[in-house]
Structures are given as structure tokens and as C-alpha cells.
Design a protein around this ligand. Structure first.
Ligand code: UD1
Length: 413
């Protein structure tokens, strides 16, 4: 998908089943490299990040077979310790193969795409934690070489990094003794990884709390159904809210969306949540209180851009503070090109509601920023053209079909 064309101004309405979680399936696929076995994974989203991860695993020697929303993985044969550099460079989560390969082989050679991994999105927490478990880490020009099977011990993470927590859990599967992880991230996707590993025989306790414990145990293949994608759900809810629509979502866990639902309710949306479904009805919106992103259970950084897009026409002004990633307001110029009034300064962005947005020709900058740009275009009067729409393929399956299903006038080429 290169370019999306949208004629905005129509309220979205209808029912959607939420896809499986991108951020849960990627570490779970990486985990299949750590454990020799046969795995059946269900509720797999049809997204580019999964396709790249499949190719990465096949390159390591695993056998994968995809059918509809299910992937079967056979990792019982010999596997290699060096993922393909081109594929690994396309995906930040390829770094999770570090923990998985260390657990299985005691060696991992992870390509560094152009050096930017250690700059913009560093790996210092991953590496310091692995070193404290006795792993030798050597940073070369284009790759990270890690050797040695982790030993048991206590690891302290000074910040609850999602990726570092997942890498540590995976590495600990091959450790010679129990590993305690203090300061772990508590995202639901980590709980899903823990549930999968427990089904494989892992002795893992404390997932969902800051203190995890993993003990050595014999491991084998297992079946697992991937958790619903709370970020995809948040995006569709924001699209409905921005357009004054009515949306029913099924196959999701509303409890995991609490901070997003809270903000949308404060803004005036009526939301009724069941155990695995929810219905949102939007009318005219007003600015909710300040929104501050943070590690789970705080407001998720991955919903910052889409919620911002939903509030562009809300009366009053909304202050956003982004504490997780520097430089995560890259969607703002595209929203402003559609008539939004947003001022940014460092980690702050203030949105002043405008009565109307207008269509514009803009460029998507990143996955969630692209979703925010689409949401603004849906709420705008007239036609918009969104270039670099391929960002959406990374995390949203059947995106245009689903938009059309909800009544949007949108097509892609
Ligand atoms: C994961 C998610 C991403 C989400 C993010 C935060 C996946 C595939 N991606 O990314 O969608 O936005 O969690 O919820 O699950 N940091 C360091 N040093 C490190 C590691 C991280 O400084 O060694 C910093 C990062 O630069 C960032 C912050 O910590 O500023 C959070 O990063 P982290 O929680 O690791 O996010 P990811 O695992 O990359």
C-alpha cells in the first residue's frame, strides 16, 4: 500500500473483530527459536511485521507454515545463530532473537541496521542485563556478537523496557540457574509471552508484576492463541470518535484499554464495555484532561497519536506529554496540514480544537502516526492523499477493507 485516498466527513459505523496483537505475536514467534519443538499459534494478524519475522525465522532454519490466521512452527532441526541482516534491519523486534538464540545456542550474532539501533532506540538496558548474567557482549561495526549461556542471578532493570524484559525472559530460558528480574515491564503482551512459555513447560512466575522469576525447566512445543491487539482496537475507537460514529468491537480485552477508554469517555464518548466486546457512540467532543504517556498501566505511547487525531475537533485544548519516546510527534505536521492547531515543545504537544478540518496531501511518518493521519483525513471535509501508507501494513491487517466495511470512502494503491 503506497498511497491512500480518503474522502472524509462520513461517520464510521459497524462492527469489527479485533486482530491478534502485533506486540504479542513478535516475541512469541522469536521464542519459538529458543525452544526445540512444534508450535501451533492462532489469531495471527495478517501484517508485514509478522511476514518479515517469518522470513527471519526461516532464514535461521526453522520451518513455518501459515494457513489463514494460524502459523505452525517446527524448530526441532539445527538452527543458525546469525539472522539475515537485511530482514533484521527492517524490524526493531528482531533484537528479541538475541535472547532466544542465546538460550538455545549460547551464541547470537544480531545485525545492527546502520548503527541507528544504538542511537535513536538504544539497547543499553538489554545488554547491561545480559552482561550481568555472564553473557559476553561485543559490539562490532555492523553486528552485536553475544556469547555464553546465561547463568542464574538477579537482574535489575532501571526502566521497565518492554523489549529488554522480553529479551531477558527469553535468555533466561537457557540459564543454568534461576533468574530474578526486578523492574520488569508489565504490559499485557509480556503476560501473553509468559502464558505461551508456561504452556511450553517454563517455570515462570510474576508476569504482570515488576518482579519476575524464571527457573530452569525442560521445554517443549505448545499451542497458543495470540492476545487481541489493544493498539489496533484503540485506533478504530479513535476513528469512530473523530468522525462522530458508532462502533462495536469484538474479540478484545477492554480492561487492557482502560486509560484510552477513560480519555475517550472524558471527551464525551459513550462507551459500554463487556468482557470481550465494547460499543462506542460518539457525539461532539470536548477536551479531556492532560494525557501523559508511560509504561503500562499508564496511558500507552502507541495510542498517543491516534487519540490526538480523535481530539483535533474537540472543543477546548488538550495537553499531551510523551514520556516514553523522544521524537514521537512526527505525525503533527500532517495533522496541521489538515487544519489542526497543534504546538509542540520538547515532550509536550498542545492541541487546540478547531471547528473543522480540511483534506490535504500529506506523508505518513511511522506506524501509529500513519493511523493518526488517516483518522484526521476521515474527520476532514474533502479529499486527502496520504503517501508512504506502507507504514500501516506493518501493524494493521486488511486496513482498507476494514475502513470500507465501516463506511469510509477510502481506497489504496
Ligand atoms: C515496545 C513496543 C512498542 C511500544 C513500546 C513502549 C513491540 C514490538 N514494540 O517497543 O510498540 O511503543 O514497547 O510501550 O513490542 N530504551 C532504552 N534502552 C534500552 C531499551 C529501551 O533507553 O535498552 C528506551 C527506548 O529508547 C524508549 C523507552 O526505553 O525511549 C521504551 O522502550 P521499550 O519499552 O524498550 O520499547 P520497545 O520494546 O522498543
Amino acid at each position: 500500500m503506497d498511497t491512500i485516498y480518503i474522502t472524509g466527513g462520513r461517520p464510521l459505523a459497524g462492527t469489527l473483530a479485533v486482530q491478534g496483537s502485533k506486540n504479542a505475536v513478535l516475541p512469541i514467534l522469536a521464542a519459538t527459536a529458543a525452544i526445540p519443538g512444534r508450535f501451533v499459534l492462532g489469531n495471527i494478524p495478517s501484517i508485514e511485521d509478522v511476514r518479515v519475522t517469518r522470513a527471519l525465522l526461516e532464514g535461521l532454519g526453522l520451518q513455518l507454515c501459515a494457513l489463514e490466521d494460524q502459523i505452525t512452527v517446527d524448530s526441532r532441526g539445527p538452527i543458525r545463530s546469525a539472522p539475515d541482516p537485511e530482514l533484521a534491519g527492517r524490524l526493531r523486534s528482531s533484537v528479541l532473537l538475541l535472547g532466544a538464540l542465546l538460550a538455545r545456542l549460547g551464541r547470537a550474532e544480531i545485525p545492527l541496521p546502520g548503527g541507528c539501533v544504538l542511537g535513536e532506540r538504544p539497547l543499553d538496558l538489554h545488554l547491561a542485563a545480559l552482561k550481568s548474567l555472564g553473557v559476553r557482549v561485543r559490539l562490532e561495526e555492523k553486528r552485536l556478537l553475544c556469547t555464553g549461556r546465561p547463568k542464574g542471578g538477579t537482574v535489575i532493570l532501571p526502566y521497565p523496557s518492554v523489549g529488554a524484559t522480553e529479551n531477558l525472559i527469553l535468555a533466561a530460558l537457557g540459564a543454568s540457574g534461576p533468574v530474578r528480574l526486578i523492574g520488569a515491564a508489565r504490559e499485557p503482551e509480556i503476560q501473553d509471552l509468559a502464558d505461551f512459555l508456561t504452556a511450553c513447560g517454563a517455570k515462570l512466575s510474576g508476569a504482570g508484576t515488576p518482579c519476575l522469576r524464571i527457573e530452569p525447566a525442560p521445554l517443549q512445543g505448545a499451542e497458543h492463541r495470540i492476545l487481541p491487539d489493544r493498539m489496533e482496537a484503540a485506533s478504530w475507537l479513535c476513528a469512530a470518535a473523530a468522525t462522530g460514529g458508532t462502533l462495536r468491537l469484538t474479540d478484545l480485552c477492554p480492561d487492557q484499554l482502560c486509560p484510552v477508554l477513560h480519555v475517550l469517555r472524558q471527551a464525551g464518548c459513550e462507551i459500554q464495555a463487556g468482557e470481550h466486546d465494547l460499543t462506542l457512540r460518539a457525539a461532539s467532543l470536548h477536551a479531556p484532561g492532560a494525557i501523559v504517556t508511560g509504561p503500562y498501566p499508564a496511558f500507552p505511547t502507541d495510542a498517543q497519536a491516534t487519540v490526538m487525531a480523535a481530539l483535533l475537533r474537540a472543543s477546548g485544548s488538550t495537553l499531551f506529554r510523551e514520556t516514553v519516546f523522544a521524537d514521537r510527534f512526527r505525525h503533527v505536521p500532517a495533522l496541521c496540514a489538515m487544519g489542526a492547531r497543534i504546538e509542540t515543545a520538547g515532550d509536550l504537544a498542545r492541541v487546540r480544537g478547531v471547528p473543522a478540518l480540511h483534506g490535504a496531501e500529506v506523508r505518513a511518518t511511522d506506524l501509529r502516526g500513519a493511523a493518526a493521519t488517516v483518522i484526521a483525513a476521515l474527520a476532514a471535509e474533502g479529499k486527502s492523499v496520504i503517501h508512504d501508507a506502507w507504514h500501516l501494513d506493518r501493524g494493521y491487517g486488511h486496513f482498507i477493507e476494514r475502513l470500507q466495511l465501516l463506511g469510509a470512502e477510502a481506497f489504496a494503491e
